[in-house]
Ligand binder design. Structure first.
Ligand SMILES: [Mg+2]
Length: 370
């Protein structure tokens, strides 16, 4: 048993770094930037234990920029952290949310770091703090941006040859071209590879139903966010009219969103991204609400380094249902931001055997400390 004084948070600091993007996907939002900002968060005890977290903001999802994240962390959240017990991540998360609502990406970075610190102090993987490891590894999917048929087919064949059994195709700019591209990929990879598509809110309900009916014989795993996030009735209509499962992504940020989607009959699956949920605590609540309604979750780490993606891996290892492949892309592309024992074999991602998230930063961290 570690005495309470040694479990208390003593300090926190944030370092803003910019790196070449680990992946670039053209989506219905447009072309992806070549470089991405990451706010790396360290939270420590007086005795020298340190936890790592990160915010890699998605402004098109949450309205937060890296500068806004850094400001919220250093001006508001960090000064309130000292004295809190790191082994009480849900209490810390609730206090941060009370102090300054919104800012989910900034709160996610703190929540990851507190979980990492708690895991290190207790000598357990972060998945143990989320109810425990339910599977020894998780399957990864690979995502393909909007592009030419030839380029998309070539990438799909390469991923299938590398052992990936699930592909996600971005759609939502041009329905006719979307249908042609998805059909070409299905022909190229055969029936053993699952295909999911993501419109990023790019269709209206009638267009989505038309696209899904034209793709009926492609046996899609699901369609992700076919219509705008506020259009629960449209999502419900797409589910019923097209018969393809619908995954809510942009539509589900909070546990309250999950409840509203279930009441509207608007989703078969939820996408968990910590930048939306404000971290692991609320993501686990969304997964529990989903479980009660028979709704599974897919964990997505959008453009994060290995720190955020490791948190995603622990969430995926502990998910109540966990029947689908997750999108933790950085472990398939491996830019050097962190050292980790997490490893990919075929499409199966295995956790590290070290406590916490199992990640050590190899980036020089010397940000502003509060
Ligand atoms: Mg999506």
């Amino acid at each position: 048993m570690i005495e309470p004084a040694l479990r208390r948070i003593a300090w926190a600091r944030a370092t803003l770094v910019e790196r070449e993007a680990s992946s670039r996907l053209t989506t219905s939002y447009g072309d992806a930037p070549a470089r991405r900002p990451h706010v790396i968060v360290e939270i420590g005890t007086a005795a020298g234990a340190v936890g790592l977290g990160e915010a890699s903001p998605l402004p098109e999802f949450t309205g937060e920029t890296a500068a806004a994240v850094h400001h919220a962390l250093t001006e508001t959240y960090f000064p309130a952290l000292p004295g809190h017990e790191a082994t009480a991540p849900a209490a810390v998360a609730a206090e941060m949310e009370r102090l300054l609502p919104g800012n989910p990406s900034a709160r996610a970075a703190i929540d990851m770091a507190v979980h990492d610190l708690a895991g290190r102090l207790l000598g357990v993987p972060v998945a143990a703090l989320l109810g425990g490891v339910r599977r020894p590894s998780v399957a990864l999917a690979r995502a393909l941006g909007i592009g030419t048929v030839a380029a998309t087919v070539a990438a799909a064949e390469r991923y299938a040859a590398d052992g990936f059994r699930t592909l996600k195709l971005k759609v939502g700019q041009n329905p006719r071209a979307d249908v042609e591209r998805v059909r070409a990929v299905r022909r190229a990879v055969g029936d053993d590879v699952r295909i999911r598509i993501d419109a990023n809110q790019g269709y209206d309900a009638a267009t989505a139903v038309g696209v899904l009916r034209a793709l009926e014989d492609c046996r899609l795993e699901y369609v992700e966010q076919p219509v705008p996030r506020w259009d629960h009735a449209g999502m419900a209509h797409v589910r019923r009219a097209a018969g393809t499962p619908v995954l809510a992504d942009e539509a589900v940020h909070t546990p309250q969103d999950a409840l509203a989607l279930i009441r509207a009959g608007a989703a078969d699956l939820f996408a968990l991204k910590f930048v939306k949920t404000g971290g692991l605590v609320r993501a686990a609540q969304i997964a529990a609400i989903g479980e009660a309604a028979g709704i599974d979750c897919v964990v997505i780490s959008p453009f994060e380094t290995q720190i955020g993606a490791a948190a995603g891996l622990h969430m995926a290892l502990a998910l109540p249902l966990g029947r689908h492949a997750h999108e933790l892309t950085v472990f398939a592309t491996q830019p050097a931001m962190a050292r980790t024992g997490i490893h990919l074999r075929g499409d199966a991602l295995h956790p590290a055997e070290t406590p916490g998230l199992g990640v050590e930063s190899i980036v020089e961290l010397a940000g502003s400390r509060a």
